[in-house]
Design a protein around this ligand. Structure first.
Ligand code: SF4
Length: 410
C-alpha cells in the first residue's frame, strides 16, 4: 500500500451573520485570531486561517460571511461562502436562538450536495439554551451531532473537538503518496528540472519539491538535474533509474534521451493521477483530436502564480494545439478560483493545470461542473504528452499501477 503523509484538514464555519462564527474560531484556536464584533457582517469574504486545534493538530479554518446576507453585494458574499464549501473537508453549521428555518435547511442542502460531512453547533447557549426538541429533531433529520456551546466561555470545548474528530473524513488527514506503488525502497528516480529564464530564481517549483519529498518518504533516492546533464547520467547509472520525471515542456527531448526500459512521466501527470480525476482525464485527452474550427478550450490554472505555468497555459499549449490540430481553436484562461467568463457548456475541452497549490477537494469542486455537463477534461501534462506523441509512454507508470490495483482488488 502506498505510504501516506500528513495533510491539514480544512474546516469551514457557516451560518447566519452575527452567530458568533469568528468567536467559535477563537475558541477552537484558544487565542484571538479572528476579528470578533457585535456588528452583523464583520466577516465579508471567506478567510482561511492556518491554526493548531488542541486535539486535532494543524488545520485550516475557513471563516465565511453570513449566509443570510442580502442585497447585490450580500448575494455575492453568500455565493463566495458557498464556493468555499467546495474546499472544505468538514463543515460546522452555527445556529443561535433555536433558529432553524429555511436559511439553515438551504445551507445543509448545500453541504449534502457537495457531500461535505457536518456538525451543528448551537452557539450563545448562555443567552438562549438549546431546546431539547430542536436537538432531537435535528438528530433525527440529519443524523449528525448537535452541540450546545458558548464560544465566549467554552466549558465543553472537548465535546466539540471530539465531535469534529468523529465527523472528519479519513481523507482529510492523510494524502496518498504521489509515487507510492511505483517507486520502492532504494529505487533511483531522476527529476529533470529546467533551470532557464522561466524557472523561479533560487528555488524549485512546488511539484518538484513535492516529488522529492515523496521519493524520500518512499525510501527511494531522488536525483535532481537539468536536461543538459541527463544524457551523461543515464549512460553511467547502474542499475538504471526506475523512473524519470520531467517538466512537461521537455517531454520530447527527454523522451529521446531516456532508454525505453526506463519509465518516463511528467510532474503534471504525476499530479493528475494524484489529485485530479485521472480516469476523466484519460477519457478527455484524446478529445484533442476532435477539436474543430471555432471550438473553444478553457485553460484552468489553480493559482495566480505568474511563473512558468502562466506561459504554458497562455501561449505554449494553445500554440501546440493549433499546430497539431490545424484548427482555429479559441482559448480562455482562468486563473485561481475566479468565475468562468462563459457557461461551461460553451467549451469543447477543459485543460486543467497540475493544481499543485490546491487540495484534491478544491480541484474536484473546480472541475465538477465540466464533468457534470459532459465536457471533456484533461490536464496540462497529459495534453502536452498527447500533442508531442509520447502520451502512452508518459501515462504508462500510472496505468501499470491501475492494472495492479485491479488485480489486487483495490
Ligand atoms: S496550481 Fe497550477 S498554475 Fe499554480 S503553480 Fe501549480 S500547476 Fe502552476
Amino acid at each position: 500500500m502506498a505510504k501516506g503523509r500528513e495533510s491539514k484538514p480544512h474546516i469551514g464555519i457557516f451560518g447566519r451573520r452575527n452567530n458568533g462564527k469568528s468567536s467559535l474560531i477563537n475558541a477552537l484556536a484558544q487565542q484571538d485570531i479572528a476579528i470578533v464584533s457585535g456588528i452583523p457582517g464583520t466577516t465579508t469574504d471567506p478567510v482561511r486561517k492556518s491554526m493548531e486545534i488542541f486535539g486535532i493538530g494543524p488545520a485550516i479554518i475557513v471563516d465565511t460571511a453570513g449566509m443570510d446576507d442580502s442585497g447585490e453585494l450580500g448575494q455575492k458574499r453568500v455565493d463566495r461562502s458557498l464556493a468555499a464549501l467546495k474546499t472544505v473537508d468538514l463543515a460546522i453549521l452555527v445556529v443561535t436562538d433555536n433558529l432553524f428555518e429555511d436559511e439553515e435547511k438551504k445551507i445543509i442542502e448545500a453541504f449534502e450536495k457537495q457531500e461535505v460531512p457536518f456538525i451543528i453547533i448551537h452557539n450563545k447557549s448562555d443567552q438562549v439554551p438549546l431546546d431539547i426538541r430542536l436537538k432531537e429533531r435535528l438528530n433525527k433529520d440529519y443524523g449528525v451531532d448537535v452541540l450546545e456551546f458558548c464560544a465566549i466561555e467554552p466549558s465543553n470545548l472537548e465535546d466539540v473537538i471530539d465531535s469534529l474528530k468523529r465527523a472528519m473524513p479519513e481523507t482529510a488527514w492523510v494524502a496518498d503518496s504521489l509515487l507510492g506503488g511505483i517507486v520502492k525502497k532504494d529505487d533511483v528516480v531522476v527529476l529533470v528540472t529546467p533551470i532557464d529564464n522561466e524557472a523561479p530564481e533560487g528555488r524549485l517549483i512546488l511539484p518538484q519539491v513535492q516529488a522529492i519529498r515523496d521519493i524520500i518518504d518512499n525510501d527511494a533516492v531522488a536525483l535532481v538535474l537539468k536536461e543538459t546533464e541527463l544524457k551523461g547520467i543515464i549512460n553511467i547509472l547502474r542499475p538504471r533509474p526506475k523512473l524519470v520525471i520531467t517538466d512537461s515542456q521537455m517531454f520530447r527531448k527527454v523522451d529521446a534521451l531516456v532508454p525505453r526500459e526506463v519509465q518516463l512521466t511528467g510532474f503534471s501527470i504525476m499530479l493528475a493521477r494524484h489529485k485530479g480525476d485521472f480516469d476523466v482525464y484519460l477519457k478527455g485527452t484524446p478529445m484533442i483530436d476532435e477539436l474543430k474550427d471555432g471550438d473553444r478550450v478553457l485553460m484552468l490554472e489553480s493559482c495566480t502564480h505568474q511563473v512558468a505555468c502562466d506561459d504554458i497555459g497562455r501561449y505554449k499549449i494553445p500554440m501546440w494545439i493549433r499546430d497539431y490540430t490545424r484548427r482555429k481553436v479559441e482559448f480562455d484562461v482562468v486563473a485561481g478560483l475566479n468565475e468562468l467568463p462563459r457557461p461551461i457548456t460553451d467549451y469543447s475541452l477543459i485543460i486543467q493545470c497540475g493544481a499543485c497549490m490546491i487540495t484534491r477537494k478544491q480541484l474536484a469542486g473546480r472541475i465538477r461542473p465540466a464533468i457534470d455537463a459532459g465536457v471533456p477534461v484533461t490536464n496540462y501534462g497529459m495534453a502536452i504528452a498527447w500533442l508531442h506523441g509520447i502520451y502512452q509512454r508518459a501515462i504508462e507508470p500510472f496505468m501499470v499501477l491501475k492494472r495492479d490495483n485491479v488485480t489486487n482488488g483495490k
